[in-house]
Design a binder for this molecule. Structure first.
Ligand code: ATP
Length: 346
């Protein structure tokens, strides 16, 4: 990793002496930037394994919505000995992001971000609040137009051929807005029809998804009356029903109870074991550490580290490594010391 500048007073950021070359294992520094805590970070150039391909000309094939026959072809993956999950690509990346940029006014939310997610990978995207995770995933899934850059799902350009790209993806966006006057079952039927699935398959998969996710009893309840966790689960069901190749999930475990969380983990494992690829964001480092084969840490719209989870962790708990990379904030100078005083003294 390139030289690090200690953060300004009031924070304890990365210790330059302790920093191992996480980024340089996958990237090389080009220009500098700082995290919100003041930590100095390089702009990475991704290296093989997680490196995206160069931008391609837009494909000219007509867009397809719905079950793509090519989805029935097995996805080639390589499985390392001793591991149950594929960890290295045997084909083009499932998701390639090249030079993605988005600014909101003066705020640069995503700064020329490049990375690739191998096929058959469970990939975690982590970062502090405001790091740019949702903005990145929104641009990657065709929900938010980038200012610059390219996104490929397999070899399909998301912004040049959105219909075809979206047929390959299942998306659980942040702050999901569903047609909540529909019941859970009606919503799944609507999504299935939008995907041009046949009625029998929609009904069959809906029953299975509702049952597996513990929503059968509320299948005919309006989604507006669902709890936050139930809404998250029906959103996940909508993302899965057309059997995508790539799942992009923004905070899929947020608000979800532990039992359902375990079910979702099993669903995702099964999906990946079948050759699918999952990209998820989360703030729960323990979850990402145990679930994800690979992880990217981002802050201030840039990558701080990307690679196999074990490589990024460097033998430490991911939580600890994350704090080292991002820079932990500590209360100093009597910050909120008034909170500790007795109430009678005001
Ligand atoms: N629609 C918008 N208009 C203006 N600024 C925005 C908008 N969306 C995001 N931002 C800003 O872009 C930056 C990145 O936001 P983003 O939601 O991508 O972060 P995040 O990593 O997903 O954060 P969190 O973990 O809190 O969900 C933030 O500074 C945010 O204020």
């Amino acid at each position: 990793m390139s030289e690090q500048t200690p953060p300004p007073g009031g924070t304890s950021g990365p210790d330059p002496a302790r920093e191992e070359p996480v980024i340089s294992a996958f990237t090389e520094p080009q220009e500098s930037a700082t995290t919100p805590s003041g930590a100095h970070i390089p702009t990475p150039v991704p290296m093989p394994g997680f490196a995206p391909p160069p931008p391609m000309p837009a494909p000219t094939a007509a867009g397809i919505i719905g079950d793509d026959p090519s989805l029935d072809e097995p996805v080639p993956t390589s499985v390392a000995p001793g591991r149950t999950r594929p960890v290295r690509p045997a084909g083009p990346p499932a998701l390639s992001i090249v030079g993605l940029r988005k600014a909101f006014g003066a705020k640069l939310a995503v700064a020329d971000l490049s990375m690739a997610v191998p096929q058959g990978c469970m990939f975690g995207l982590v970062g502090p609040n405001g790091a740019g995770k949702t903005t990145t995933l929104s641009m990657a899934t065709g929900l938010l137009r980038p200012d610059a850059g390219q996104v490929l799902v397999g070899d399909v350009d998301v912004w040049a051929d959105p219909a075809r790209a979206k047929a390959l993806m299942g998306v659980l966006p942040d702050g999901l807005r569903l047609f909540d006057r529909l019941s859970g079952r009606e919503l799944l039927k609507f999504v299935g029809q939008m995907r041009r699935m046949d009625e029998a398959t929609i009904a069959d998969r809906s029953n299975q998804l509702l049952s597996t996710l513990g929503l059968s009893e509320d299948a005919n309840t309006m989604v507006a009356d669902y709890s936050a966790g139930m809404t998250k689960k029906i959103g996940l069901a909508c993302a899965l029903i057309h059997r995508p190749r790539l799942l992009v999930l923004d905070e899929p475990f947020e608000s979800v109870d532990p039992v359902s969380g375990e079910t979702i983990r099993e669903i995702l494992h099964e999906f990946v074991a079948g050759g699918g690829t999952v990209v998820l964001s989360s703030h729960v480092m323990e979850l990402v550490e145990t679930l994800c084969d690979a992880v990217a840490v981002m802050a201030a719209g840039r990558l701080l580290a990307i690679g196999d989870t074990d490589d990024v962790r460097q033998g430490k708990p991911l939580q600890q490594r994350f704090l080292e990379l991002v820079g932990a904030h500590h209360l100093e100078g009597g910050g909120l010391s008034w909170l500790g005083r007795s109430q009678s003294s005001n």
